[in-house]
Design a protein around this ligand. Structure first.
Ligand code: FES
Length: 161
């Protein structure tokens, strides 16, 4: 049976996707739309590697069926900024060299962005709470916190850490 066509709005563009309604959003982003910012980590909604924004809020795309994404604004890492003009969060992560292997980075950046969308100047504790369930197997957490603090307009040192 031919799968239905589902219309998704991703990074400001509309896409017609032929996929089963229960297909995880992550699969469509990566396999159909060639948006490889979001990564497949656990596939269970637990590691944060696949995080994207849906209507500005952090969402784990590995466990969200595409039928739940119709009429919503999906943003991936690719949609945050452009090569010529990176988003401030992207700039902060580059400035702080907040990656080792980089696999978790898209999720870290998107989760930080979601936090700043609702709280432009979060405290270190608020940043920690927001990133608590984004895992980095390399152990780059200090650099990630530094980057998130920079994006929030603070420094880790000023926070006495
Ligand atoms: Fe989605 Fe781990 S791959 S949370």
């Amino acid at each position: 049976m031919t799968p239905p066509t589902i219309r998704l709005t991703v990074n400001g563009a509309t896409h017609e996707v032929d996929a089963a309604p229960d297909t995880p959003l992550l699969y469509v982003l990566r396999n159909d739309l060639a948006l490889n910012g979001p990564k497949y980590g656990c596939g269970l909604g637990e590691c944060g590697a696949c995080t994207v924004l849906i209507d500005g809020k952090a969402a784990r795309s590995c466990v969200i069926p595409i039928q739940g994404c119709v009429d919503r604004e999906i943003t991936t890492l690719e949609g945050l900024g452009s090569r010529a003009e990176l988003d401030a969060v992207q700039q902060a992560f580059i400035a702080e060299q907040a990656a080792q292997c980089g696999y978790c980075l898209s999720g870290m950046i998107m989760t930080t962005k979601a936090l700043l969308n609702i709280n432009p100047h979060p405290s270190l504790d608020e940043i920690r709470a927001a990133l608590r369930y984004n895992f980095c197997r390399c152990g780059a957490h200090i650099e990630v916190l530094r980057a998130a603090m920079r994006a929030a307009g603070h420094s880790l040192e000023a926070a006495g850490k």
